[in-house]
Design a binder for this molecule. Structure first.
Ligand code: ATP
Ligand code: MG
Length: 376
């Protein structure tokens, strides 16, 4: 596993060899306990950032200060990035906003994390450290704020979205959310308006990429979080969509398209490409273009998004044989080139090409170049 691979051992050894602590923390520990894939490895240490850099370099590893102000050094070992962060504790300054200071006690570090299941630590040997009782919560698949939910939310309103994001991924879909956590979210909705669109967008995309985001989106709609981040969004077509997807790879864009809403691309700061794809899928919800043509025009992924989205929104099953039609359309390539149409140019050439293409699509991509050009 990732914990015992030599690249990761080397990072830990660089720290522990000098008498420092090296503890895996956060998502990697949580996911290892769940048997879920681990994306990135976070390591917490009592060593100061300067020391982390020095020890890593002495061990022949590259150290990049990726978040020096937070005390994070990315240590690259065998091409794998490890985020090494000095233990921190919150120090109250003005009002509610906490600033951080370094500490040597992992229990302080745990107290400033968001949820108990994200505050689990493991030694390089794989021994679990659970200063806040996160393991029972993880086993019960229960999202519980570290400390008082209201004050934790007021330190960082993004935690409202993270509460639902982690519920979508790791919560129990049958059990409701922690009532105290829900109440704290509901009371503090106003704070969402102050978050950057980038942070909101990143959390929402992750949330919607869960196998089934519906058990999180439902309560978000009920208490008003959904409308606060995506005005006009409607969660009703989401459960039928998830049902229709039937274990296909999750696509956040498809779920987002089905939720709808106003100015979605701007509010979630989508990339140019994602924004174009989202607009295209939503536009095609309103057309009757058949699956094969959708796949030919937009590719297989977007065609599936459109077919499944329409089915969920209009409560009609997808057309018979749609999956094969998409495979066919995605592979089809129009056999006529502009050079084949001599004597035409400009708009007339474009119009003629589109006409032949429409005829070819209508034939189910069966007409070849000769029959298309010959039949004048
Ligand atoms: P993922 O699998 O999505 O990466 P993760 O748990 O690693 O899940 P990250 O957003 O990468 O989530 O954050 C890493 C860890 O840092 C979290 O597990 C949590 O302990 C802490 N953390 C991150 N963001 C916050 C926050 N806004 N407030 C408090 N703690 C946070
Ligand atoms: Mg992570």
């Amino acid at each position: 596993t990732w914990m015992t691979r030599p690249e990761t051992r080397a990072v830990c050894a660089a720290l522990t060899g000098a008498g420092h602590q090296a503890l895996f923390v956060g998502g990697c520990v949580r996911n290892a306990l769940l048997g879920a894939p681990v994306a990135d490895v976070d390591i917490a240490t009592d060593a100061r950032p300067e020391t982390v850099t020095k020890l890593a370099e002495n061990a022949g590893l590259r150290a990049v200060p990726t978040g020096a102000e937070h005390g994070t050094i990315t240590v690259v070992s065998g091409g794998i990035a490890h985020e090494v962060t000095t233990f921190r504790r919150d120090v109250e300054t003005f009002g509610r906003h906490a600033t951080v200071a370094f500490t040597t006690d992992p229990a302080d570090d745990a107290a400033r994390r968001d949820f108990t299941m994200n505050a689990l630590y493991a030694t390089p040997e794989g021994e679990l450290l659970d200063p806040l009782g996160g393991l029972p919560d993880l086993q019960a698949r229960r999202l519980r704020f570290v400390g008082d939910p209201t004050s934790r939310i007021r330190e960082d309103y993004l935690r409202i979205l993270r509460f639902f994001r982690f519920h979508a991924w790791y919560g129990d879909p049958q059990e409701g959310l922690d009532p105290e956590g829900i109440a704290a979210c509901a009371e503090n909705l106003d704070g969402l308006a102050g978050l950057s669109r980038e942070r909101i967008g990143a959390e929402m995309r992750k949330l919607l990429a869960a196998a089934d985001p519906a058990p999180a989106i439902g309560p978000m709609a009920v208490i008003g979080v959904l409308n606060a981040v995506l005005p006009g969004a409607d969660p009703r077509a989401l459960p039928p969509l998830i049902h229709l997807e039937h274990g296909m790879p999750p696509r956040w864009l498809r779920r987002l398209a089905v939720l709808g809403g106003e100015e979605v691309s701007e509010r979630l700061r989508l990339s140019r490409r994602d924004s174009r794809d989202l607009g295209l899928v939503r536009d095609e919800f309103g057309t009757t273009r058949p699956p094969a043509e959708l796949a030919y025009r937009h590719g297989a992924d977007l065609a599936r998004d459109i077919v499944l989205g329409r089915a969920a929104l209009f409560e009609t099953p997808p057309p018979e044989g749609w999956q094969q039609a998409i495979a066919l359309g995605a592979d089809a390539s129009f056999p006529v080139r502009a050079a084949d149409l001599q004597g035409l140019e400009g708009p007339a050439l474009g119009a003629r090409l589109r006409e032949l293409e429409a005829r070819w699509i209508a034939s189910g991509f069966t007409l070849d170049r000769e029959s298309l050009l010959g039949r004048e």
